[in-house]
Design a protein around this ligand. Structure first.
Ligand SMILES: Cc1cc2nc3c(=O)[nH]c(=O)nc-3n(C[C@H](O)[C@H](O)[C@H](O)COP(=O)(O)OP(=O)(O)OC[C@H]3O[C@@H](n4cnc5c(N)ncnc54)[C@H](O)[C@@H]3O)c2cc1C
Length: 268
C-alpha cells in the first residue's frame, strides 16, 4: 500500500554554531541570527524525513514537506527534496512571525487540511532552537488524530503503524491506526545524505508558497497575534568563575592552608 506522508520541517539557527556567536536582544526577547552562520533544517526534522523515506523505500508513496516561517533560505529548506522527498510547501509570510507552539500548530494543521489526504504526519521530537516539543502533539490534537511521540522505528502495515517509542530505560512498542502523527527521535539513526542526482532534481523544483489567506487561517490566530504563551524574559545566564591561589612555602603547608580554606567555605 503506497503511503501518503507529510513531514513538518523547521529552519533553525545552526545548533552547531559557536556559542560565542549566540546573541539575544533582551529588549525584544528575540534571538539574533548569528552573522555568517547559515541556518539548517532542525536535525530531528531531518530524521523525520529519513523515517518517511524508509517507509517510502519499502511501500512506495509520496512525501510532502511542510514548513512555516519567513524568508526561508531556499538552499536550506530544499534539502529534504534532495534527500528524496517529492514536494515542498512553504507557509511563508511575515504574518507567521512571532508565533508560539499553538499558533504554529494551528497554521500547520490548516495547511494539512488543505493538502487533504494523508496517512502519516511526521514531526521532529522537538525543534533544535526552542526545544518546546509541543507542535507535533498540537497538530494531532487540532486535527483530532492519534499521535505517538519520540519514535525510533516506524513500520507500516495495512492501515496501521507499529512504532518503537523511546522511554527512559528502553522502548515501548505502540500500534496506531492511520491517519496518525508521529514525532521522531535521534535514536532512529542518521538521516541519509542528499545524492548529487537529488540535489540537481531539487534545484529544478519550485516550492509551493501558501500565504495565510490560502490556508484559511484567522489572522488573529497566527504569528504574534495568535500567541497564547507569553515570553516573560529571554536572557543568557551569566556564568562566573572564581580562582583563588593558596600560597605556601611547602606542599605540606599548602595542604593545611587549603583544608582550612575549604572548611571556612563549608566545602568540607
Ligand atoms: C518565523 C518565526 C518567528 C518566531 N519568532 C518568535 C518570537 O519573536 N518570539 C518567540 O518567543 N518565539 C518565536 N518563534 C519561535 C516559536 O515560538 C516556536 O517556533 C514555537 O513556539 C514552536 O516551538 P518549537 O520551535 O520549540 O517547536 P517544537 O514544538 O519543539 O517542534 C516540534 C516539531 O514541530 C515541527 N515544527 C515546529 N515548528 C515548525 C515550523 N515553523 N515549520 C514546520 N514544522 C515545525 C517540527 O517537526 C519540529 O521538530 C518564531 C518562530 C518562527 C518560525
Amino acid at each position: 500500500m503506497p503511503v501518503n506522508m507529510i513531514v513538518c520541517c523547521k529552519q533553525v539557527i545552526d545548533p552547531e554554531a559557536p556559542p560565542a556567536s549566540f546573541k539575544i536582544n533582551s529588549a525584544t526577547n528575540q534571538v539574533i541570527s548569528p552573522p555568517g552562520v547559515p541556518p539548517v533544517i532542525s536535525p530531528f526534522d531531518e530524521q523525520a524525513v529519513e523515517a518517511a523515506l524508509r517507509v517510502k523505500d519499502k511501500l512506495g508513496g509520496k512525501i510532502t514537506i511542510l514548513s512555516l516561517g519567513n524568508n526561508m533560505l531556499r538552499d536550506v529548506i530544499k534539502k529534504p527534496l534532495s534527500m528524496g522527498a517529492d514536494e515542498l510547501i512553504l507557509l511563508e509570510d511575515e504574518a507567521f512571525e512571532g508565533g508560539d507552539s499553538w499558533s504554529t500548530a494551528y497554521a500547520l494543521s490548516m495547511a494539512v487540511k488543505k493538502i487533504g489526504q494523508f496517512d502519516i504526519i511526521f514531526c521532529g521530537r522537538q525543534a533544535a532552537d526552542w526545544d518546546n516539543g509541543q507542535v507535533g502533539s498540537g497538530i494531532a490534537e487540532i486535527l483530532g488524530i492519534p499521535s505517538v511521540t519520540v519514535a525510533k522505528k516506524v513500520e507500516v502495515t495495512d492501515s496501521k503503524a507499529t512504532v518503537e517509542r523511546i522511554i527512559t530505560d528502553g522502548y515501548q512498542i505502540i500500534e496506531v491506526t492511520l491517519p496518525a502523527l508521529i514525532t521522531v527521535s535521534n535514536e532512529l539513526g542518521e538521516a541519509r545524505y542528499a545524492t548529487l542526482k537529488g540535489i540537481m532534481a531539487a534545484a529544478k523544483k519550485q516550492p509551493t508558497i501558501w500565504k495565510p489567506a490560502d490556508i484559511g487561517v484567522e489572522p488573529s490566530k497566527i504569528g504574534t497575534a495568535g500567541r497564547r504563551a507569553k515570553l516573560v524574559k529571554l536572557f543568557q545566564p551569566v556564568k562566573e568563575g572564581k580562582c583563588e591561589v593558596v600560597g605556601a612555602d611547602s606542599p605540606a603547608e599548602a595542604g593545611v592552608k587549603l583544608a582550612q580554606r575549604l572548611r571556612e567555605a563549608k566545602v568540607i
